[in-house]
Structures are given as structure tokens and as C-alpha cells.
Write a protein that binds this ligand. Sequence first.
Ligand SMILES: *Cc1c(COP(=O)(O)O)cnc(C)c1O
Length: 500
Amino acid sequence: MQYHSTRNNNISVSAAEAIKTGLSAEGGLFVPESFPAVSLDEIKDLTNKSYNERAYFVLSKFLTDFTDEELNNCINSAYTKEKFETDSIAPLFKLNDSTYFLELWHGPTCAFKDMALQILPHLLTTSMKKTNEDKEIVILVATSGDTGKAALEGFKDVKGTRIVVFYPDNGVSEIQKLQMVTQEGNNVSVAAVKGNFDDAQSGVKKIFTDVEYKNLLDRNHFKLSSANSINWGRLVPQIVYYFSAYAELLKNKEIELGDEINVVVPTGNFGNILAAYYAKKMGLPIAKFICASNENNVLTDFIKTGVYNKNRDFHTTISPSMDILISSNLERFLYDLTGCSDSTIKDWMNELNTKGMYKVSPEVKEKMQSMFASGCCDDSETMAAIKKCAAEYDYVMDTHTAVAKSVYDKYVEETGDSRKTVIASTASPFKFNQSVLIALEDHNAVVGKNEFELLEMLSQKSNMHIPKSLYELKNKSVAFDLVCEKEEMQQIVSDFLMVE
Ligand SMILES: *Cc1c(COP(=O)(O)O)cnc(C)c1O
């Protein structure tokens, strides 16, 4: 299986090359040249398999240049009971006869980024070896919260890698900050940057594009890389859990083999929902994809109108991992819908860059709308969804999953579509304990309480146990108290790598 660039079909690289490089040189994203077909019989066979076996089934179809041993090593290093606190890795929770939550947050950082970032470091180091790259990888991350911690946990103590994470001084939640400053591992570094997320991100970008700096690192046998969600090595592991969810539904006799289901995804960068779409392309019976957004509803409008317009106010919401105006992975989806027209994609992405908007053709819009529905909600609706679901079902959702539930309820009301539906549940409610508790009670409930009191309180209210990794933060010591100016970021990387 070879990979093309969404902006140049003539580019053709192996999976290992695509994962190692991350982004194609002309700015396009790597996509598989074709989608391997999966039969219903093969899907039936998955019902008796473990999550890791299901992962092998999907990954082996795409990463054809990896040996069985390499793939299994990657999979078994990533998905363990120890790290995920459950054998099933991504359990399916039945809410009622038509709604199921696919819980993707049992990993070490309590958010769905773990599903990909636990395995990416292993795919990456294997890809380096396979392409005879002997340098040490240095991962640089600017984070607004979830990604930074998930990348730190994924890369910690992975041989041949180092990682430096920058987060905005005043831009992450208290829990997220605690998670990062107490990070363990002998190849990690964390620093706060004075400013907001954009300052941290533009600082990282500047380091990446500094040619002189690249040469300096080269001479010292280091190679910069990123762990962001456009890397094929982050996307492909996400296809697995949609197959796994379908297999669970079959196993539990909730559906018959071949029955179509709907999928709802709280969306930011469009990676998670794209993985579901790719699963359908391979043959997984999915009828509708419901794309849920918070007040940053660029995608809601795009799916309804065919016009992508990022020229609008940015909203800071209680579902911060979806506060995004440019959904990078949409490019892969559009490439597919245009029948792999690299020139069209290049034009649209160019317009997005220069004008902040583009409009797709009527045919693309029609194709998109035949499969995708969209909707959005504001913070008060998100809060209401949490409260209602807890009252009706005793099931407590986090603020991102609640956006999906709110949008889904509206969708059912409008369409009457009663098909069985899987909602991607993307974070543990404990990770956003403050907002969740305010939703369940009111502001007074949280006043004056510290993070650990909030965790305890939520545990009592929800009858759920506090995830081990959050509970243990209490006894961890702060390892990183570095706060730097934007201009000092490169020096921090140099100090960590001991290059000058
Ligand atoms: C990253 C994230 C999302 C958005 O996922 P995309 O793949 O970027 O669309 C949703 N919820 C949570 C909790 C996340 O961390």
C-alpha cells in the first residue's frame, strides 16, 4: 500500500515514510492510494477477537510494509490493561435501546487522544528504523491541553525519542496543568509560555521552519518531528475502534450482521469522524455521520451550505478541545469526495489561506450531505445535556461528549431517524470536573474547592471511580516549573538537548 499527497497525486511513499514525514513537502496530507475492502464475514470474525486483535486486523491492511512482528509489538506496547484500566480498551456503554457510548477515554490521560498517541510513538520509531533513519526524534508540541499530556504519556521513555511540550501559561485547566508539570520519564521536558495558545504554537512553528537550527540539530543527530493529528500514524489507529464498536454490538446481539448504524462525533480537527468515514469506505455498515460542534460551528455551516468560512469570532467554550476554526483533516475528506482531485484541493486550501474561505462544487456538497448531518450547541445546551442524561440514565458525560449528545437529540427530533447510534465519548467527566459539577448542581457547588475535592465530589455524584491517573496527581511532585517568554522557546529546546 502506497500513500499519495492530497495536493500531489504523483507523490507515492510507503506507510513508514508517510508516518516518519508527517506532512508532505508541498503541504498536503498523506492518504492511502486505496481502501482495502472488508467483508461482512470478516467483520463477524471480529466479534470473538480482543481489541488488540481487532487493531491488528485493521492496521495490517494499511501498514503493509510493517512485518507482523513489528505491528504486534506496536499494538501490544500501546493497548494494555495496565494503561487503559480495562481489558476492552474502548468499551461500549448501552444507554438505551438505540444509543450507545463508545468510551474512548480509559487511557492514561483520560481523553480519546490516548487511542492514537499511545501507539504513534511505536509506529514512529518503527518507521524510522525501516527507513534507515538513525537520528533521535525530537517531538515538539504546542498544546491547548489534551494533546500535550497525551503526547507526553505516549512518548515517555520510548527509546530513540525525546519530547518537549509548551503550554500557554494561562490557557489550560488546573488539572491539565497538573498533569503536565508532574510528568515522569527520562526523555521529557515541559515549559509554560507567557501568552496564549497561538503564542505557543507560533513559537513551535518558528523552531520547525528555522533552517539553520535544523542543520545544528542534524549535526547533533537529532530530527524534529510533530505528533499532531494530521500524521497518518495518528489517524489509522482511530479506524480500529469503529470496527470494534460494531463487533461489540454484534456480539451483544444489539444488531444483526449487516445492519447499518449511525455515528455521532464531537468534532474539532475532523480526525475522529474521518476515521469513521474511512471505516465505512472499507465496508463497515454506517448510514449517517453526525458531526457535532460547539459554538465554533464552522463545520456545521460547511456541511449545511458547502461553504467553509473561518472568518468569524473564536469562542472559548467549556469543550475546549473542540475550539477550532481550521479543521485540518477535512482536507483528506474533500480529497476523497472530489475523486482524488489534487488540483482542486490545492485551489481550495489556497483560498482558505488567502481569503479564509472556499466553496465546494454542487456535486461534492451533495455527496457530503447524503452521508453527513451536522449540528452545534452552546455552553448552556451542553450543560443541560449533562444534567438531563444524568437525571434520566444516571450516566455522567464530559463536556465534549455532551455536545455530541445534545446535537444528536436535536437530530433525532428533526429527522425521526431511530437507527441504532454510537456516540463517540471523547473524555472522562473527571477531566472537566468543574464544568460537569456546575452542570449537575450549580456554581455554588464548586466555589472554594480544590481539584481533588472536586474529583471526590464528582465520584460521589456519578458513582464512578476516579481514574487512577488523576487520583495519583495528588501525590506527585512538580518536575517542571519553567515559565518562558515566546522568544526563549528555542533555547529551552537547546538546553534540553544540550546542543549549542
Ligand atoms: C481532540 C478532541 C476532540 C476533537 O477530535 P478531532 O479528532 O480533533 O475532531 C473532541 N473531544 C476531545 C475530548 C478531544 O480531546
